[in-house]
Write a new protein. Structure first.
Length: 514
């Protein structure tokens, strides 16, 4: 009887904890990004480009290879002088995450003000680390839309406040001195930068300067100063002191000894870093670009997606071709109707997403598989990435073997004249629940570069082309190592068990959560 009472009491306490709420006073202090980027080394470096004199233009550079995507972040953090603003959905506790966190802490040690804004959904158990960083006088951590209870009842808290906590901040910004920013699809982790030894992602980022960077900074400030960005010390305050911070710094510094594990060279030499950034600067395409970011009203359940034009008259015109790559693809009926409308007007519509074997979320694939025939019936072309794509050679986590690939890209190209690189997936979660951000670049040169990369990934050595046979059955076409055509009658190389699990999950009423 006592055992039953004890268990009942524990359950009541957990339920009460699950209903915990945040205090009214969050102790937030308003702040903005550095307002004079031209006074910093990075700002002055960019200003050396003649095109930088036009305040309405942005310098952009596509970051397609994981090596250049990691270096861009690592190097601009190492050259930051005034501010380093980091906004992410996921920041993993692995080598890539540790190296970039070290670079942020090292910047704080140099006197740089670091603002670190992280979504809460995937960060159970990391409060101690964030609280430790927050101990530094120049390093402030805020957690976006957090669960009030941080302990055992964390997910009871989620269940009790599901409507609110199901909305997540999916934005990704890496911004130094309000002078140089990186936006795109990559979270922070080994598998986004070609370092993982089990699987790595194809993904795209864009480095931007000028007007694009100023707009990214304004977007960061808006989210940072919102009521949803809760200081870590309000959620978790273990009372760390300078000695604790020094020990934490040494743990991060130890990761520098693992630089040889990274399958490309990373320099800590300032002169070498500056030379690399000068090369990037000289390769920038200067054009009109616009940051698109979801309104904060999304977290009140009111704001519409900034990426979906609900009024047909407000949609950007497409005349010849629309190419879309989305890691997770679950179209709405409106999306299907739009694709059919474009095809009927003579527009070539091409889509790429993950195959069952390359998808890192089988639940997302279960939502997508119900729409494959419907997509093809619109007249659109549909490809799925091969886990054994020939291009995965760029992901050699060591010098001996290739690892499976997945696609994490969220990019769109219109008529090879405009390109959008960002965090927005073609799925219900991006459309209805999460906040997203991206950079829309108005440049045939830049869009052509993105489209050329996509063309390579659509190649049948890297993807499967889906089609309907003469009986309306779904088929997958690709080529073998000798270049001979191969046709599959079900999800290529997936076991019957995995196909069955995906089909079973597709019957569950979870599509709006995906």
């Amino acid at each position: 009887m006592r055992t039953v009472l004890a268990l009942s009491g524990a359950l009541v306490l957990l339920l009460l904890a699950g209903c915990a709420s945040l205090p009214d006073d969050l102790g937030q202090e308003y702040s903005e990004g550095w307002q004079s980027p031209e006074t910093t080394f990075l700002g002055a470096l960019i200003a050396e480009a003649p095109e930088a004199a036009d305040p309405g233009r942005s310098g952009v550079e596509l970051l397609s290879h994981p090596e250049e995507a990691f270096r861009a972040r690592f190097y601009i953090a190492n050259l930051a002088e005034e501010s380093l603003d980091l906004q992410y959905y996921l920041w993993k506790d692995d080598l890539a995450g540790a190296l970039l966190l070290w670079s942020a802490l090292d910047a704080a040690d140099r006197g740089v003000r670091v603002r670190f804004l992280i979504d809460d959904i995937y960060h159970a158990g990391r409060d101690d680390l964030y609280a430790l960083m927050d101990t530094h006088e120049n390093f402030e951590v805020r957690v976006f839309n957090p669960m009030a209870n941080r302990g055992l009842a964390r997910y009871l808290n989620y269940a009790a406040n599901r409507e609110q906590l199901n909305r997540r901040m999916h934005n990704k910004i890496f911004l130094a001195d309000n002078a140089v920013a990186v936006l795109g699809g990559r979270n922070i982790g080994n598998d986004y930068f070609g370092i993982d030894t089990k699987a790595n992602f194809f993904d795209l980022d864009v480095l931007t300067t000028g007007a694009g960077t100023r707009e990214a900074g304004a977007a960061f400030d808006e989210y940072w100063n919102s009521r949803w960005a809760v200081p870590i010390r309000v959620l978790h305050d273990p009372g760390y002191d300078q000695d604790d911070l020094d020990r934490g710094r040494k743990r991060l510094e130890a990761y520098l000894e693992e630089l040889n594990v990274v399958p490309y060279e990373l320099s800590l030499n300032r002169e070498a870093i500056v030379n690399d950034l000068r090369e990037w600067r000289d390769q920038l395409t200067w054009t009109r670009a616009q940051v698109i970011v979801d309104p904060l009203e999304r977290f009140d359940g009111k704001g519409q997606s900034a990426f979906i034009a609900t009024d047909p008259d407000s949609r950007a015109p497409v005349y010849r071709e629309l190419i879309m790559q989305s890691a997770y693809l679950i179209p709405s009926q409106e999306g299907l109707d739009y694709m059919r409308e474009l095809v009927e007007r003579g527009v070539r519509v091409r889509l790429m997403t993950n195959s069952l074997m390359s998808n890192n979320h089988i639940t997302a694939h279960s939502g997508y598989l119900k729409y494959r025939k419907a997509i093809l019936e619109t007249g659109a072309e549909l490809h799925e990435l091969r886990a054994d794509a020939a291009l995965r050679e760029r992901f050699r986590a060591n010098q001996e073997e290739e690892v499976p690939a997945g696609i994490h890209t969220k990019s769109f190209v219109v008529d090879r004249e405009q390109a959008l690189i960002g965090s927005f997936n073609l799925d219900p979660r991006s459309r209805e629940l999460n906040s997203e951000i991206g950079l829309l670049v108005d440049s045939a040169e830049f869009a052509g570069e993105v489209a050329a990369l996509m063309d390579t990934e659509f190649d049948l050595r890297n993807s499967y082309r889906l089609f309907l046979d003469d009986k309306g059955r779904l088929r997958w076409e690709s080529v073998d190592d000798e270049g001979q055509r191969v046709v599959f009658t079900h999800d290529p190389h997936a076991s019957a068990w995995k196909r069955g699990l995906a089909r079973f999950l597709s019957w569950l009423p979870i599509e709006q959560e995906l």
